[in-house]
Write a protein that binds this ligand. Structure first.
Ligand code: G3P
Length: 504
């Protein structure tokens, strides 16, 4: 770590799936200013989801300076910048022009499903999970890189020469932010690298066996660095300010929730939901459908690992209820609609829109609504939408308890959906543990700021950060155990019915 500095704020950039945000934090971890800009979602074919990485960069060029202006400060008062980002989303760009060679392929995109199936059938496929802790799935970057190299004429040769670079969003933004005439630094952090299927989870470096397996040339890959370390100084947007941290957004939330001890867990409820459990310095192998991933690495200290339960569709189901079905005008209205009835009326919705992620990992699964009778109203459907998030959390927590041997005693939550009281109560009910939300709900941004602040000595240690955590709300379990068991059984039967919809 570097010497203590006198600057007053730390900035975070949260480059998420739907928008990019800049937040300035003060020493107490309080928000000083927030700016945000959405980017366009491109759906060129069913199952395809793309972003324009240049649009995202331009958004940052606008909102970065705006965040400073809002707080009435100059970049000289910012000690460091930390970046948190949507993970796995794949950007390929030309090193000489700085222009992306294709649109970025988003983590939700399922175009690689055939390729994934083919790769999974290879006799040596077992080695992948052993080396990197992940399943071969459309979700991660390596199949996407391979697909782009296979489908874009001349791209593989350019990548092999090092003329085309790969990065997830943090890598792209750091390269742009630190760019000179020859481009900037080409780095990623361990947490983002741990989502590519290409990094060895023990050595924390690119693994030749994995590069061979997926057919990805080493020359296009960024250098893997700790999550908190000065990567370079910005030459644009905030000239002179050090870029001192990067973490995948879910790992950033774990850090922002100050889950620094083994056994501490958080779940972030956004488009999808991601439950991460701190497992300490040893990677734990899952035998129940979870992922082994890097939680964070501060400077040269040993990495901290996490078990992750990734749920693809939670908030996105509410969005679909609003935009696809038009049954509500705004997301919060779902709670009001759900409260018009006492229960789900026997109706269950399993949102397997991009297959099912943890703990099932069934890319061929497709969503269903079961239990329809003429008794069902939109109120029951609204309830079933919210309950889908609760039951998916329960499946992941069951897997987590079985894998770790630790029984989750309380769940720290954050993210947009935590504003929904009915949902938070339902989650406490079906997990049968208290659910707790902190004062600063912007834990993704806070985690990135904390890591950057630690790297430059703005915050001295983890204990100091823990003192900034304050409880804002708590939901206690109150469901009858017999009802819980019956409902869970119905949910599990509904899930099974999603598996065989698409014929092989
Ligand atoms: O793994 C995907 C995850 O990082 C996306 O998070 O909040 O940008 O939807 P979010």
């Amino acid at each position: 770590r570097e010497d203590t500095v006198a600057e007053r704020y730390v900035m975070s950039i949260d480059q998420g799936t739907t928008s990019t945000r800049c937040i300035l934090f003060d020493h107490g971890g309080r928000l000083v200013s927030v700016t945000q800009r959405e980017h366009k979602q491109h759906f060129p074919r069913p199952g395809w989801v793309e972003h324009d990485a240049t649009e995202i960069w331009r958004n940052l060029e606008q909102i970065g300076p705006k965040a400073l202006a809002q707080a009435g400060i100059g970049s000289g008062e910012v000690a460091a910048v930390g970046i948190a980002n949507q993970r796995e989303t794949t950007v390929l760009w030309d090193r000489h022009t700085g222009i992306p060679v294709t649109r970025a392929v988003v983590w939700q995109d399922t175009r690689t499903d055939m390729l994934v199936e083919e790769l999974s059938r290879r006799p040596d496929a077992y080695i992948v999970e052993e080396l990197c802790g992940l399943h071969v799935a459309t979700y991660f970057s390596a199949p996407t890189i391979r697909w782009l190299l296979d489908h874009t004429p001349g791209l593989r040769e350019r990548a092999e020469r090092g003329d085309v670079l790969f990065g997830t969003m943090e890598s792209w933004l750091i390269w742009k932010l630190t760019g000179g005439p020859d481009g900037g630094v080409h780095v990623t952090d361990v947490t983002n690298a741990s989502r590519t299927l290409l990094m060895n989870i023990n050595t924390l470096s690119w693994d030749d066996t994995l590069l061979d397996f997926f057919g990805v040339p080493r020359a296009m890959l960024p250098e893997i660095r700790p999550s908190a370390q000065t990567y370079g100084a910005a030459t644009r947007v905030m000239p002179g300010v050090r870029i001192a941290a990067a973490l995948g957004d879910q790992q950033a939330a774990l850090f922002g929730q100050t889950c620094f001890a083994v056994g501490e867990a958080k779940c972030t409820y956004g488009t999808g939901s991601f439950l991460l459990l701190n497992t300490g310095h040893e990677p734990i192998r899952s035998t129940h459908g979870l992922l082994t991933t890097v939680g964070y690495q501060i400077g040269d200290e040993p990495a901290v690992y996490a078990l992750e339960g990734s749920i693809a569709i939670t908030g996105a189901l509410v969005q679909w209820f609003r935009d696809g079905l038009g049954l509500i005008g705004t997301a919060p209205e779902i709670e009001t609609m759900a409260r018009t009835v006492d229960d789900n009326g026997g109706c269950y919705i399993v949102p397997a829109f991009s297959g099912l992620f943890a703990p099932h990992w069934r890319s061929e699964a497709r969503g269903i609504i079961v239990g329809l009778t003429s008794y069902i109203t939109k109120g029951h459907l609204a309830r079933a939408v919210l309950e889908a998030t609760g039951w998916q959390t329960r499946e992941v927590v069951d897997a987590m308890n079985a894998d770790s041997g630790l029984n989750l005693r309380t769940l720290n939550v954050d993210g947009g959906m935590t504003a929904n009281n009915l949902l938070m109560q339902f989650i406490a009910d079906v997990l049968n543990v208290p659910v707790v939300r902190p004062m600063v709900a912007e834990t993704v941004s806070l985690g990135a700021a904390y890591a950057a602040g630690l790297a430059v000595g703005y915050w001295p240690d983890l204990e100091g950060l823990r003192r900034n955590w304050h409880r804002a709300a708590q939901w206690l379990p109150a469901m009858d155990p017999a009802l819980r068991a019956r409902e869970y059984d119905s949910w599990q039967r509904a899930v099974e019915r999603t598996f065989d919809w698409i014929k092989p």
